[in-house]
Design a protein. Sequence first.
Length: 62
Amino acid sequence: MSTRAPFRIADSLTLRKFLGYCLDERTPDESTLRKTRAKMPEEAFRAVFDHVLDVCQSNGLV
């Protein structure tokens, strides 16, 4: 995962809205995202990735 992802999530109004974060809500930092990914079984990560990709495609983002 890119170390820039947490900054982009915190900085982008579009990403915040897509991920369900309010303007005053704190977004996850890089270590939180890294630890979560490390604990996730590969098949769970793949399922989440595929779901997010489907949502992006159905909304014309990809």
